[in-house]
Design a protein around this ligand. Structure first.
Ligand code: BGC
Length: 743
């Protein structure tokens, strides 16, 4: 600690100012909400807190109108429900045309308009990489890929386009973005996160929210976001979805809360709750997280929504409550404002009973309903409906598709390129092999047209699989190895006349518990296929797609080139082919550490003890790794001053040069290390980055400012502190030091 001073800098984190808070109290709205609340019966209030799945109001499968009018009348007029979620055709949620959506939403709001107080229904949908459940929507790379772009502008545009396409269909509330950190690679929802780093996840999420909501989420092209899944859901100790996390308060405050805090400041008005548990307390029962921290500390004024059936599960699964009724009481008192029930009216009946018998105070109901109505007012739902955006002008436009293609290109990581095996010559004879070459679903992953994203027959016919994209570009012969099981001789026969093998391996789509696995090892059949291809002696370009890193250490060692595609979305096939043939110079960088071995899960911002003596941070590919067809060099890393006065910013500059022969984009990453502190500090932590485009031979000087809070951490007493003393900053191969003076 070196006689350092511990300086307490307040209970709130200090993240990225300039936030727009669209849900901040607004007197006019408050007055309207108060007035409306005073006119509501208890039943009407509890209805507002109830969210049902579309299936509750669904007509029989195959009916022309997906809504059953009688069931809808019951939901809205009898149970006064405040919200509906999901796409028609449940239990097999399926993308619908813009026209179907418009009709569905219009029927729902028409019934709401007939209700006594005419309170509109808020309709929620998972539009996590574009408008998932609208046919032909622009479907972007998944969040992990967006993080790999290190391009906040693309994240902003994704938010903008998603909101616009939702509004074309009449939808307005999106269960996105995921602000959980992806620090557990086994977790089947890793790809829904912006990766393992706090700073990267924070800035990508904030940009998305700003694009999606603008300064006013009631504007005709904007829509509401919902932060998921507050908090700690993403860090299950055993890697399986919806299993316990153990996250001490220091870790919670240092890693998992900051992205949520920033997203709240960016104006997100709703939050969905962690479906599992942290430190033995289920997310839906955690008063400290849902009320003390979320409301009292972070100042969140919007409403919280439970995740799927999770209030019931406090009883049926967690055995925290002795009955379903007790579960409702615990969850509502912990701070849940709206229950995604989702299949019945049990929550409505039980909550009514709890209030009527005096077991649950009316004041808590009023508080929850005030928040829900506040968001509905601010979303403009009470205003006379304005004309919907024109589908022709605002939906799946050529411009949006081009932005999507660019996002896909920037999201792909070239991890290895031995002896410039890539780019391929267009006239090369190529053998494409592997189970992921001819599918669009493997590029998109879960939440694509259906929940699991695995119904290939629903995918648009005009989008290119990787195989088709290669065929389209190549002038040489392109063949496909139909058989995924080959012996040595068959492999030799198949590759006799080819110049190069493009081997497409990875995962099939999945999400949530469906994607649970017991090991990161690649499927045995894929390993066999890879070994057979590698044994032919022909150059192998290994292309991995899927939602998480699978162990490819031996195969990558022998392959000539490795591309990590993860889930690049609907333009993914075309984008990978652009890179394969040099029509685009790759620049994606890993937003996670790609493990070398299944159990060697050490993250880049590890503690010194994790790289001490025989311990090493030795992933197959490190966080931030990603090659280009040109080369870049950073140099002349300089601090404006090597002593920093208390409260001052740290100003630094560094030159970045394109030392190769073609133009390209490079992301320059700035890492900080607090040399000695009262709580062990990560060996390095990303604090800033900039992505620039440089022509061959061009140099640019980049300037960065680190704010005092960038030097802070959660101290011994669990409060955020800054300690004076020595700090190091590393960019590329250079390191500089400065001393922070005492106040
Ligand atoms: C998922 C959420 C999702 C919700 C509604 C849940 O199972 O955990 O991420 O928003 O379903 O579809």
């Amino acid at each position: 600690m070196q006689n350092k001073l511990l300086i307490f800098i307040g209970p709130l984190f200090f993240l990225l100012g300039c936030a727009v808070n669209t849900v901040q109290s607004n007197n006019e709205t408050d007055t309207k909400v108060k007035q409306l609340l005073s006119e509501m019966t208890l039943e009407e209030k509890i209805g507002q807190m109830t969210q049902i799945d579309f299936s509750v109001i669904a007509a029989e499968l195959g009916s022309e109108n997906p809504v059953d009018q009688r069931k809808l009348d019951d939901a809205v007029l009898k149970y006064h429900i405040g919200s509906i979620l999901n796409a028609p055709q449940t239990p097999h949620n399926q993308a619908q045309s813009v026209a179907v959506w418009r009709n569905v939403l219009q029927s729902i709001q028409a019934v709401a308009a007939q209700s006594r107080l005419k309170i509109p229904v808020i309709y929620g949908i998972d539009a996590i990489h574009g408008a998932t459940y609208i046919k032909n929507a622009v479907l972007f790379p998944q969040a992990l890929n967006m993080a790999a772009t290190f391009n906040t502008e693309l994240s902003f545009k994704e938010g903008e386009i998603t909101a616009r396409e939702l509004r074309v269909a009449g939808l307005q509330w999106n269960f996105s973005p995921v602000m959980d950190l992806g620090r557990q690679p086994l977790w089947p929802r890793l790809w829904e996160t912006y990766g393992e780093d706090v700073h990267l996840a924070t800035v990508m999420g904030m940009s998305y929210i700003k694009g999606h909501q603008g300064d006013d989420f009631s504007a005709p092209t904007k829509a509401l976001t919902c932060l998921k899944h507050y908090v700690g859901y993403s860090f299950p100790i055993n890697g399986k979805d919806r299993t316990p996390a153990w996250i001490g308060e220091r870790m919670l405050r240092e890693y998992f809360l900051p992205p949520f805090e920033a997203a709240i400041k960016a104006g997100s008005p709703t939050i969905m709750v962690n479906s599992a548990e942290v430190d033995g307390i289920p997310g839906h029962a955690n008063y400290q997280y849902l009320t003390t921290i979320l409301r009292d500390e972070l100042g969140f004024t919007g409403f919280t929504v439970s995740d799927w059936e999770d209030i019931k599960r406090l009883y049926t699964r967690d055995k925290l409550a002795a009955s379903e009724k007790e579960a409702v009481k615990i969850a509502v008192m912990a701070g849940i404002d709206m229950s995604m029930v989702p299949f019945d009216y049990s929550f409505y009946h039980l909550l009514l009973e709890l209030v009527n018998t005096g077991e649950l105070p009316l004041a808590r109901i009023d508080e929850a309903v005030t928040r829900i109505l506040g968001v509905k007012y601010r979303a403009g739902l009470f205003n006379a409906p304005s004309a919907l955006l024109s589908e022709a002008e605002h939906f799946a436009t050529g411009q949006a598709t081009e932005i999507n293609r660019q996002a896909a290109r920037e999201s792909i990581v070239l991890a290895k390129n031995e002896q410039q095996s890539l780019p391929l010559k267009k006239n090369a004879n190529v053998l494409v092999a592997g189970p992921n070459a001819k599918l669009l679903s493997v590029m998109n992953g879960g939440w694509t047209l259906t929940w699991q994203g695995d119904n290939e027959s629903l995918y648009p016919k005009d989008k290119l699989t990787l195989f088709k994209a290669i065929q389209k570009k190549a002038t040489g012969k392109v063949t496909y190895l139909e058989n995924n099981v080959v012996d040595k001789q068959a492999a030799l026969d198949a590759t006799k006349n080819v110049d190069v093998i493009v081997l497409c391996l990875g995962e099939k789509p999945y999400t949530e518990t469906v994607g649970n696995i017991g090991s990161l090892n690649l499927e045995a059949a894929q390993v066999k296929l890879a070994d057979a291809m590698l044994a032919t002696g022909k150059p192998v370009i290994l292309i991995m797609t899927g939602g998480r890193p699978r162990i490819i250490t031996e195969q990558a060692e022998l392959a000539s080139a490795v591309i990590l595609g993860f889930l690049p979305g609907m333009e993914g096939g075309a984008a990978i082919a652009d890179i394969l043939y040099g029509d685009y110079n790759p620049n994606g960088k890993l937003p996670i550490s790609y493990p070398r071995e299944s159990n060697d899960i050490v993250l880049y911002d590890h503690k010194p003890i994790e790289s001490y003596e025989s311990n090493v941070y030795h992933p197959l590919y490190a966080f931030g790794h990603g090659l280009s067809y040109t080369s870049f060099q950073t140099s002349a890393l300089k601090l404006a001053s090597d002593t920093i006065n208390w409260g001052d910013t740290v100003e630094l500059s560094v030159d970045v040069k394109n030392t190769g022969l073609i133009s390209g984009k490079e992301t320059v990453l700035v890492y900080l290390n607090d040399v000695a502190a009262s709580v062990t500090r990560p060996s390095r932590q990303l604090k800033a980055f900039k992505k620039v485009e440089l022509a061959a031979g061009q140099t640019q000087t980049l300037h960065f400012s680190l704010k005092p809070e960038d030097l802070s951490f959660i101290g011994v007493d669990l409060k955020r502190v800054i300690e004076p003393g020595e700090f190091k900053i590393r960019v590329g191969n250079e390191t500089v030091s400065f001393t922070l003076n005492k106040p």
